[in-house]
Design a protein around this ligand. Structure first.
Ligand SMILES: *[C@@H]1O[C@H](CO)[C@@H](O)[C@H](O)[C@H]1NC(C)=O
Ligand SMILES: *[C@@H]1O[C@H](CO)[C@@H](O)[C@H](O)[C@H]1NC(C)=O
Length: 248
């Protein structure tokens, strides 16, 4: 009985190894064309990952779905608590990959990818309460945000991690700080008590979107870091370093 189980688990382990070349273009670590190869690899990688890769457990990227996000903001006499739910982000599939820089060393991996996107559209449900001095406001409803002319660089950093005889990369950080050309927010508010404020609030938000974006950015970045690391590690922790970036 034990032997049979052992045999099955052994077969299981063998079949578990992912043939990554099916999904991603492989670039040689020490090639002089590594950066050019990476541009192509990211283009194809995004196209493949749009619908998600079941075998690796990566989620669909466009639309990207996030169940919820909580934000608590306290500054400039404003305190606000917001919970955003059922968030969908659309637009990554039309992003253009312009350039990439890779440093793939024995113990560290650093990847930078320059991208632009004409439009990124997000929508979801929100529930929020805010306080400005003595003024308290509660609101809930739907929202959508349209961002245009985005320019951003993905920066991924990882370190090697050994597992039995194989070496993997663990991505420890995912960073981006998108430059946004314009941002337009719409809110519906289903709270009858504050409904008449909604038009004013949205107008204010859209007139001051740069300020709003800057204040919201740290929350978004913490969120992206978590998501980016999780998705990247679905690949890097399941596929040996030498299979993703083989040495020539
Ligand atoms: C965004 O929400 C507003 C208000 O609910 C709606 O009128 C508009 O059509 C939505 N935008 C898009 C692109 O769906
Ligand atoms: C370690 O190896 C197992 C089986 O080979 C694999 O499933 C697992 O993902 C590996 N873990 C890491 C952190 O590399």
């Amino acid at each position: 009985m034990h032997k049979v189980l052992l045999l099955f688990s052994f077969i299981g382990v063998c079949y578990n190894s992912v043939e990554i070349g099916k999904y991603l273009k492989i670039c040689k670590r020490n090639s002089v064309d590594l950066n050019d190869c990476m541009v192509d690899a990211v283009r194809k990688g995004i196209a493949t990952m749009i619908e998600g890769i079941d075998e690796l457990g990566t989620p669909p990227l466009d639309p990207f779905y996030q169940k919820d996000l909580k934000v608590e903001y306290n500054a400039n006499q404003i305190s606000a608590k917001m919970e955003i739910k059922n968030i969908y982000v659309l637009g990554l599939k039309d992003a253009i990959v312009h350039d990439a820089r890779v440093r793939a060393e024995d113990d560290i991996l650093h990847i930078e990818v320059d991208l632009t996107a004409d439009k990124v559209y997000s929508m979801g449900e929100y529930q929020g309460q805010g306080q400005y001095n003595a003024l308290k406001i509660q609101a809930y409803g739907d929202f959508n945000v349209t961002m245009s002319d985005l320019k951003f660089t993905w920066k991924l950093d990882g370190t090697t991690e050994k597992n039995a005889s194989k070496t993997y990369i663990r991505i420890n950080s995912f960073y981006m700080r998108p430059d946004v050309g314009s941002m337009m927010t719409y809110l519906t508010n289903n709270n009858a008590e504050t409904k008449e404020l909604t038009t004013f609030a949205t107008g204010f938000a859209n007139q001051n979107w740069r300020l709003l974006y800057r204040e919201f950015l740290p929350f978004a970045q913490a969120n992206w870091n978590k998501i980016g690391m999780k998705i990247a590690n679905k690949i890097f922790l399941q596929v040996p370093y030498d299979d993703i970036f083989p040495i020539e």
